[in-house]
Ligand binder design. Structure first.
Ligand SMILES: [Zn+2]
Length: 64
Protein backbone atom coordinates (compact mmCIF):
# COMPACT_ATOMS: atom_id res chain seq x y z
CA UNK A 1 0.00 0.00 0.00
CA UNK A 2 1.09 3.57 -0.69
CA UNK A 3 2.46 5.34 2.35
CA UNK A 4 2.37 9.13 2.85
CA UNK A 5 5.87 10.59 2.87
CA UNK A 6 5.03 13.45 5.22
CA UNK A 7 2.28 13.88 7.75
CA UNK A 8 -0.17 16.71 7.16
CA UNK A 9 0.32 19.64 9.51
CA UNK A 10 -2.26 20.62 12.12
CA UNK A 11 -2.93 23.79 10.10
CA UNK A 12 -3.68 21.78 6.98
CA UNK A 13 -5.98 19.52 8.99
CA UNK A 14 -7.76 22.55 10.49
CA UNK A 15 -8.17 24.14 7.04
CA UNK A 16 -9.78 20.97 5.74
CA UNK A 17 -12.14 20.89 8.72
CA UNK A 18 -13.40 24.46 8.21
CA UNK A 19 -16.13 22.86 6.06
CA UNK A 20 -16.99 20.41 8.83
CA UNK A 21 -19.78 22.13 10.76
CA UNK A 22 -23.20 21.51 12.23
CA UNK A 23 -26.28 23.14 10.75
CA UNK A 24 -29.23 24.35 12.78
CA UNK A 25 -32.38 22.38 11.84
CA UNK A 26 -35.27 24.37 10.36
CA UNK A 27 -38.07 24.76 12.88
CA UNK A 28 -41.53 26.14 12.07
CA UNK A 29 -44.41 27.20 14.31
CA UNK A 30 -47.36 24.82 14.56
CA UNK A 31 -50.39 26.73 13.16
CA UNK A 32 -52.65 25.13 15.82
CA UNK A 33 -50.71 25.25 19.09
CA UNK A 34 -47.72 27.38 18.04
CA UNK A 35 -45.24 24.87 19.40
CA UNK A 36 -41.99 24.47 17.44
CA UNK A 37 -42.08 21.55 15.02
CA UNK A 38 -40.13 20.32 12.01
CA UNK A 39 -41.57 21.19 8.58
CA UNK A 40 -43.59 18.39 6.90
CA UNK A 41 -43.82 16.59 10.24
CA UNK A 42 -46.73 15.86 12.59
CA UNK A 43 -46.74 18.30 15.50
CA UNK A 44 -45.38 16.43 18.56
CA UNK A 45 -47.34 18.72 20.87
CA UNK A 46 -50.92 18.48 19.52
CA UNK A 47 -50.63 15.59 17.03
CA UNK A 48 -52.11 17.57 14.16
CA UNK A 49 -50.99 17.61 10.58
CA UNK A 50 -52.67 19.59 7.78
CA UNK A 51 -55.52 20.62 10.12
CA UNK A 52 -56.35 17.01 10.99
CA UNK A 53 -55.65 14.88 14.09
CA UNK A 54 -53.38 12.10 12.92
CA UNK A 55 -51.64 11.18 16.17
CA UNK A 56 -53.02 10.84 19.69
CA UNK A 57 -50.79 12.69 22.14
CA UNK A 58 -50.74 11.62 25.80
CA UNK A 59 -52.39 14.11 28.19
CA UNK A 60 -49.26 14.80 30.22
CA UNK A 61 -47.37 15.70 27.04
CA UNK A 62 -50.15 17.96 25.74
CA UNK A 63 -49.47 21.68 26.06
CA UNK A 64 -52.66 23.70 25.53
ZN1 LIG B 1 -49.33 21.63 17.34
Amino acid sequence: MALPKRRHSKTRQAKRRTHWKLSVPTVVDCPRCHAPRLPHHVCPSCGFYNGRLVLEVKEKEKKE
